[in-house]
Design a protein around this ligand. Structure first.
Ligand code: IPM
Ligand code: MN
Length: 366
């Protein structure tokens, strides 16, 4: 297959981790006879510095001409004092909105070899395997009016029935491919938008009798994510709740550095990025964990290109490298050898090569 990938490295550790992901994609292309045309664009602080715009038109055009987008991270202290139109985060919000990427998928899965780094007890964290489905283009992030004066400020939480319907249906579809359970999270004891959310869930679930649906309030969900995270399968929620709960859930597995995400719309186009931020304190030091970016590239293969086998090959290689005890600084236990971003990426590539060799031996027997 031939695909065009727009790579937007962004700020901080973004360039280092996307470089790692692109290297892995090159190996996949060679092994599976695909061609990935990779082109680079600017976003976030990098784009503010070069074009005085966190999402320049050139970048939008590049993404429009591509089949998928791979993004590093945006933000950093350098731009913290900027007026809101010139903040790096604006670039991310604008690209999500422009491309109507309403469904944000954030898988959180425990990896046995990383449990030592989890803040939770091993027996609580070990069976965690959930998919957070966050609505990404509505709610408080985009509602109007949104403004402030010196002594007052307003943000608006707006959702239309249609916006809720499409994300809820998406979560049911995903649940069908997993364990068939959806926790729909809201604050229906207080918010009107949540009451509408619940109503839509009740209506839409009729077409999915095989999916078990539970309504949960966001405050008790925050608690249960710590006390019994393994109970969750699919969690579907609005934009702001999803932002907060996904950061909470992300640390369960040991490191934010291993979690990928996909932001997709209905036709398969998507933007893929690590859940972690730009980590300015370690930027340029070559020590960032590239696992989340590499796994985001795997999600791109799976969700945008329907290359399931290729995506699994990457996931398996990443898991094996962890199981073999190779870690970057964020995950290494004291006394353990610490690998650089490049060294760790090489391990993944070696592992992909090993997989390929053993697969071809298997084929030669058949
Ligand atoms: C995320 C981030 C963004 C968000 C920021 C950077 C705007 O925290 O992707 O979760 O709040 O959506
Ligand atoms: Mn966030």
């Amino acid at each position: 297959m031939e695909k065009k990938v727009a790579v937007l490295p962004g700020d901080g550790i973004g360039p280092e981790v996307t470089e790692a992901a692109v290297k892995v994609l090159e190996v996949i292309a060679r092994r599976f006879n695909h061609t990935f045309h990779v082109e680079y664009g600017t976003i976030g602080g990098d784009a503010i510095d070069k074009h005085q715009n966190p999402l320049p038109d050139e970048t939008v055009k590049l993404c429009e001409a591509s089949d998928a987008v791979l993004l590093g991270a945006v933000g950093g202290p350098k731009w913290d004092q900027n007026p809101s139109a010139l903040r790096p985060e604006k670039g991310l919000l604008a690209i999500r909105k422009h491309f109507d990427l309403f469904a944000n998928l954030r898988p959180v899965k425990a990896v046995p070899s990383l449990l030592h780094a989890s803040p939770l007890k091993e027996e609580v964290a070990k069976d965690v395997d959930m998919m957070i489905v966050r609505e990404l283009t509505g709610g408080l992030y985009f509602g109007e009016p949104s403004r402030r004066t010196a002594d007052a400020a307003v943000d608006s939480l707006v959702y239309t029935r249609e916006e809720i319907e499409r994300i809820v249906v998406k979560s049911f579809e995903i649940a069908r491919l997993r364990r068939g359970k959806v926790a729909s999270v809201d604050k229906a004891n207080v918010l009107e938008s949540s009451k509408l959310w619940r109503e839509v869930v009740e209506e839409k679930k009729k077409a999915y009798p095989d999916v078990e649906v539970e309504h949960m309030l966001v405050d008790s969900t925050a608690m249960k994510l710590i006390t019994n995270p393994a109970a969750f399968d699919v969690v579907v929620t609005e934009n702001m709740f999803g932002d907060i709960l996904s950061d909470e859930a992300s640390v369960i597995t040991g490191s934010l550095g291993v979690l990928p995400s996909a932001s997709i719309r209905s036709d398969g186009f998507g933007l893929y990025e690590p859940v972690h931020g730009s980590a300015p304190e370690i930027a340029g030091l070559g020590m960032a964990n590239p696992a989340a970016a590499i796994l985001s590239a795997a999600m791109m293969l799976k969700y945008s290109f329907k290359m399931e086998t290729e995506a699994s090959a990457i996931e398996e290689a990443v898991n094996t490298v962890f199981e073999d005890g190779f870690f970057t600084a964020d995950l290494a236990a004291s006394g353990q050898r610490v690998l650089s971003t490049k060294e760790w990426t090489e391990k993944v590539i070696d592992e992909l090569d090993t997989q390929f060799v053993s697969n071809s031996i298997m084929f030669s027997y058949v």
